[in-house]
Design a binder for this molecule. Structure first.
Ligand SMILES: *Cc1c(COP(=O)(O)O)cnc(C)c1O
Length: 234
């Protein structure tokens, strides 16, 4: 086994163990392998080991990989980085999901630019749940209005919400933040039947996120190893 496949298996095991401890089925939880800055050969290795969902943060880098790896079967590509409006077209044309929608203008562009021959783009609204220093994500009180507006856009499907909580090493504090997100998610899912995704949990807060009810965890370095070069924005 390559180390990527070993790493994948240990992350899957960690998800399964945590799910079991809190009485959830691990089937409810999708593992998104975050492959930003990593070479195509690493994605091929993870795909060979059975991984199908991959997350990329940078538009150009992600699109080159999607084009180069178009021969790999059944991949779902998720865009999870900050998205400037002037780069929305590449996301609309190449990805299956966008996790970082936090304003109506961006959603309108993605809907208008989504090609006819593709299914609607799956959308998660990014919520700024705890990170006051970050400009990404909408405030909690603005969520309902943005969700209602996005649902009216013809080429998008609103699937749920996403957050990148401020780093926090204390488990009870991590859990409290994750539970706030879960509450928002359940309220939205009650309104809208197609809402089925809470994108929450990275390497450091995976256990708290799963315990709170996350349905999609985003894991990079625990699968592919530490990233070699700093992740500046495009
Ligand atoms: C990089 C990144 C991850 C994965 O982070 P790791 O610490 O490598 O597991 C998850 N979510 C988002 C939005 C990211 O940018």
């Amino acid at each position: 086994m390559t180390s990527i496949s070993q790493n994948l298996h240990s992350v899957e095991q960690r998800i399964a163990d945590t799910a079991k401890q809190c009485g959830r089925s691990s089937q409810e939880i999708t593992l998104l392998a975050v492959s930003k800055t990593k070479p195509e050969s690493d994605i091929v290795a993870a795909h060979t080991a059975g991984q199908r969902c991959f997350g990329e943060n940078y538009v150009q880098e992600g699109v080159s990989k999607i084009i180069a790896l178009a021969h790999l079967a059944d991949i779902d590509w998720h865009f999870i980085g900050p998205l400037q409006s002037n780069k929305s077209r590449l996301v609309a044309e190449h990805f299956a999901w966008c996790h970082t929608v936090d304003r109506l203008k961006l959603a309108q562009r993605l809907s208008a630019q989504r090609p006819e021959h593709l299914p609607p783009l799956n959308i998660l609204i990014q919520v700024n749940i705890s990170d006051e220093s970050s400009k990404s994500g909408i405030q909690v009180e603005d969520l309902d209005e943005l969700a209602a507006a996005i649902r009216l856009l013809p080429r998008l499907t609103l699937r749920g919400i996403m957050a990148i909580p401020a780093p926090e090493s204390d488990y009870p504090k991590q859990l409290a933040v994750c539970q706030r997100m879960a509450k928002l998610y359940h309220a939205l899912a009650e309104h809208y039947p197609e809402v089925d995704t809470l994108s929450l949990g990275m390497s450091d807060d995976l256990d708290a996120a799963i315990t709170a009810g996350s349905t999609l965890v985003r894991v990079g370095s625990a699968i592919f190893g530490a990233r070699q070069y700093p992740t500046t924005s495009e």
